[in-house]
Each structure stands twice: as C-alpha cells, then as structure tokens.
Design a protein around this ligand. Structure first.
Ligand SMILES: *Cc1c(COP(=O)(O)O)cnc(C)c1O
Ligand code: SF4
Length: 540
C-alpha cells in the first residue's frame, strides 16, 4: 500500500517571522495535507487505490498478495509454447521460434507477459521477449561474443576493458530474457553460472588492482541474485578502499517491479555511493508498478539512469523515444545511453542503420529538456568500448560500414544491416499523434525564409528578405503575452500590437528598443541592477 505523499507546503512549514505573501499562492487556511497526484508513483486507479496494470485472464484468480510477491512471480514464469499460448494468440513465426530446441532461453514473468496485447503480433513488449523464427537467421559480421568480453576478462566474469572501471558479472540469470541480449552466449544458461569461488576470484583481482574506482555489477541481472549473496558482494566491494562508486545494471524493475521492496532498498542504501542503471526500451514498459519501484530506489538515494537498445520494430521512432524519455524523467530516471544493437547472434532482425539513432538524437536535442537526451553509442565490435556517435568519433559512413574511433584512438567499423524494414509510421500511435511543438517551423520553416536568432555579422544588411520575422514569433500560439512584466524587444511589441513606451536610455544614450540599429558587438548591456529581460535574438 502506498501512502499518499504529504507535501511540506502547509502553514506549519512556513519559517518563523516570514510574512504572509499577499497573492493566490498563499497557503490555504485549512490543514489539508498536500497530495501530489501528479507524481507517477502516486497514480490512483479507478477504485481510488494505487493503480495496477492489466493482468492476463489466466491469473485473474491469483490473490493480490501472491501476485505482488516477487518469489511467486519468479516461480510462475512462462517458458513453454503451451504456456505462452494460454496468454497470447501466437503467429506461426512465434510458434516456430518457441518450438526450436536450442533457442536462447525464454522465461517471462506473469506480470510482464500480461502487459502484452494478446492479439497484436507487433506489440513492442512482445517483440522483446517472444522469440520468432528470425532469431536463427545469420547476418554478415555476426558474432557470438561481439564485444570480445571473454578476451578482456582477467578472471571469469570480470571484464576489464577501460582504465578505471570494470564490468563484474555475478550471475547469468535474469528475471526474463530479452531476445536481443548481447550476452546470450552465457545468459540464461544455469550451467555457465558464476559460483562463490568465481566471485571471490573477481574480488581478489579488484583488491589487487587499485586503478579500478568504479565497479559495474551486471550479468545476467545482479538484482536476481540471492539477497544474502548480493549483500555480501556489495560489502566485500565496500571493504576495498580504492573503489569509489558501485553501479548495478538491472532490468528487474522492468520485468519484476515487485522485487524492489523496502527491505532491498534499505540494504542497497547501506553501500552508497551506489548508482543503478535501468533498461527500458519503450514507454509501455513504464507502468504504475514500475513508477513505484523507481520511487523506492530514488527514495533510497540511488541515482537512476536508463539505457535503451535501439531496436527495429520496437523503438526505432523519434516519437516513441521522445515519449519514453519524457516518462523516464517523470520517474526521476535520467536517460543515459541509447545503444546501437550489437552484432550478436539472433539479433539481426532487430538491427537498424546508425542513421536512425542520429535521427532520434536530432529529434530530441533542443526539442526537449537536456535531461531527457541520452548519448547515442555504438559498443565497438571487437571490444573497443562504447563510442558516442558524434564528431571526433564518427570518422565516416562508407558502403554499409560506419567507421568509428574509440577513446584510445583505435579505429573500428560497425557493419550496417543489409535489410532494414523502416518503422511503420502509418500504424504507430506515437507517429500518428506526435507531441506538438506550437510555433516551431523547424527546419522546413527555416528553409522557407524564417530567420534564425543568431545570424552572422552583416546578415541583416545583405540578406534580409523582406520583413521576415524571427520564426518563434510568427505563430502567436508559441508565446502568448500575458501582460506580466515587459514584453521584450521592439519586434515582439509591434507584433503584439502594444505601444512602445520610451525606455530609459542606456549608458550610451540609446534605448533598448533601438536595438535593431546597433552594429554587431555594440549592443548595450544592462546596467547593474537593471532587469536583463532581453533575449539574444532581439538584439540582432
Ligand atoms: C559499459 C561498460 C562499462 C561502463 O561504461 P560507461 O561508459 O562508464 O558507462 C564498463 N566496462 C564494460 C566492459 C562495459 O561494457
Ligand atoms: S536483462 Fe540484460 S542480461 Fe538479461 S537477457 Fe535482457 S539484456 Fe540480457
């Protein structure tokens, strides 16, 4: 049961001696505690209780207490064709995928499979966990261990690739299994699991390697580890003085949010500074249960990040990604990376060209909060580490190859997919209803002659085409003047049909409204104590 959050906005929270503000924002006279219903972790369902996600009909009779018990969820995972078929209406491709004997492991929590639309074969959650026949198709440049992790492991399960940090694989088990898993060579395979002896060897290496200041616990999924074993690993790491930060990479909050309970969070909080990176690929994965799990982790003082994998047919769309990053920041999760899909066996049908990732970043940067824009990276095939797809690192696009350099200067190539089915915009609800950007002409507007705010010197005199207004002010729906405070600049005032009051002349004797007449570099600066209500654009 989630307690409604009580804000500290009541009269009691006021500081002694503070005067009553005389406006509509003054505290209300009653003592009603403030309940922040905008917080996604406090979302209520139609019955007035904390909201819950859909449950597939076959589990309708399971008592809530069991359904919300992570142990019940883990032991009732669905893994055979017969079981999956009781929940979803399968396609022939999926039936073939599920019937293959040597396939990458299938195991899906009842909670997660319930989120899938049983009749939609393109459901983005379904595509991530239900195998199809495509998994068996080979592609050029495909590798079993595409990041050469095994070659960079001084002891089994410890990948030491970067100078100051290591990836520590503590288990091969996950709460459910992603079809595109980069570590499918070992993940899901209980016979390849790491035992206490292996973990002790990893710790021993770390004790003797003082350049390591950052340890990333992964697997598999470290949060599926037996809680006592997980705690003993964390404690052993914290006993090594040169280890500054510990990070856990986990999909448990996505597949099994029930696992994130108070007991776990209290335990994790003992080992700060501890960061957790989650792995969401699509906004549909962020349910009320997930919001509460993120809230608990953040409440334990754990900074949360997210890494997504760019996947054809799942999230290769600017509008889907924008909806995802918005939901993430609402849940106090900072988008960290978007990964290009690795060249790993079984993932050929998920691969997109690198240009798709660039398009997504371009659709985010500037269009939304900087907090919501992740870094787009290619994990270098062959093991050079993560390379951001940006100038300095992106050397060239050649025929079906992207040439990149890593942080050390090594050059590597990423082989582009030969076959890529572009995103189906006509059937994408996010493309059909994109978030609007009122007043933004975008690139198309600029090409039609809208003026950018920042122009090169002399642009005004030599290039001005007619009386073209700065593009942001062409559409009045972008900025509605409310009559609060001065409206900045001459052009804005003229357009808003307001009188142009004579402002105090500046130190050089001219008024702000003469700004258009200034030569570049000669623009007046506000004097000390003067309001700085000008945007750069109005100065030009
Ligand atoms: C991803 C990764 C890390 C962490 O990299 P950051 O860019 O610091 O997040 C460390 N080691 C290995 C082997 C990795 O794959
Ligand atoms: S949760 Fe991570 S390790 Fe586990 S199957 Fe998915 S991608 Fe692989």
């Amino acid at each position: 049961m989630v307690e409604p959050r009580v804000g500290d906005h009541g009269p009691a929270a006021r500081l002694a001696g503070e005067t009553e503000p005389a406006n509509a924002l003054a505290p209300r006279s009653d003592d009603t505690p403030f309940v922040n219903l905008r917080d996604p972790a406090r979302t209520l369902g139609p019955d007035g209780r904390p909201a819950v996600s859909r449950r597939a009909p076959i589990w309708a009779d399971v008592p809530d207490e069991r359904w919300n018990d992570w142990r019940w969820q883990l032991s009732n995972r669905v893994n055979t064709l017969e079981e999956v078929e009781r929940v979803l209406n399968l396609t022939d491709d999926e039936r073939a995928g599920l019937s293959t004997p040597d396939k990458f492991r299938v195991d899906i929590t009842p909670y997660f499979i319930s989120l899938i639309d049983p009749d939609d074969p393109n459901d983005p959650i379904r595509r991530q966990v239900i195998p199809t026949d495509c998994e068996h198709e080979a592609f050029t440049a495909m590798m079993e261990d595409s990041l050469a992790e095994d070659r960079h492991s001084p002891v089994p399960g410890l990948v030491h690739r970067y100078p100051d940090r290591v990836l520590m694989l503590v288990t091969t088990q996950c709460a459910s299994y992603c079809r595109y898993c980069t570590r499918s060579r070992i993940v899901g395979d209980a016979s390849q699991n790491f035992n206490r002896h292996d973990i002790e060897a990893q710790l021993d290496y770390l004790r003797r390697t003082p350049q390591v200041r950052d340890v990333l616990l992964s697997g598999g999924d470290a949060l599926t580890l037996n809680p006592k074993l997980l705690e003993s690993v964390l404690r052993s790491l914290r006993e090594i003085p040169h280890i500054e930060i510990i990070r856990i990479g986990s999909r448990v909050p996505v597949f099994l949010p029930q696992r994130i309970d108070d007991e776990l969070c209290e335990m994790l909080a003992k080992y700060h500074p501890l960061w957790v990176n989650l792995h969401f690929n699509h906004p549909d994965e962020i349910t009320p249960e997930v919001s509460r799990a993120c809230d608990k982790l953040a409440g334990a003082g754990i900074p949360l990040g997210n890494q997504s994998v760019l996947l054809a047919g799942i999230n290769d769309c600017v509008h889907i990604m924008k909806a995802l990053v918005h939901k993430l920041v609402e849940n106090r999760v900072r988008p960290y990376y978007i990964y290009q899909c690795d060249l790993v066996e079984g993932s050929g049908h998920f691969r997109t060209p690198v240009g798709k990732g660039l398009e997504i970043i371009e659709g985010l940067r500037g269009h939304t909060s900087g907090y919501a824009v992740p870094t787009y990276v290619v994990d270098a095939p062959g093991g050079g580490g993560k390379i951001p797809v940006m100038p300095n690192y992106l050397i060239s696009f050649s025929d079906h190859k992207v040439v990149l350099r890593n942080y050390e200067g090594y050059i590597t190539t990423y082989e582009e997919p030969v076959q890529y089915t572009p995103h189906d915009q006509a059937n994408c609800r996010y493309c059909q209803h994109p978030r609007s950007e009122p007043g933004q002409g975008g690139i198309a507007g600029l090409l039609q002659g809208d003026r950018l705010w920042i122009e090169p010197a002399d642009f005004e005199q030599t290039h001005r085409r007619g009386n073209v207004a700065p593009h942001r002010l062409q559409d009045p729906s972008k900025w509605v003047p409310y009559g609060v405070g001065p409206i900045e600049g001459k052009a804005a005032k003229e357009r808003a049909g307001l009188p142009l009051p004579g402002l105090e002349p500046g130190s050089n004797g001219r008024t702000q409204l003469d700004a258009d007449a200034y030569a570049p570099g000669e623009e007046p600066r506000p004097r000390e104590g003067e309001p700085t209500g000008w945007s750069h654009g109005e100065l030009l």
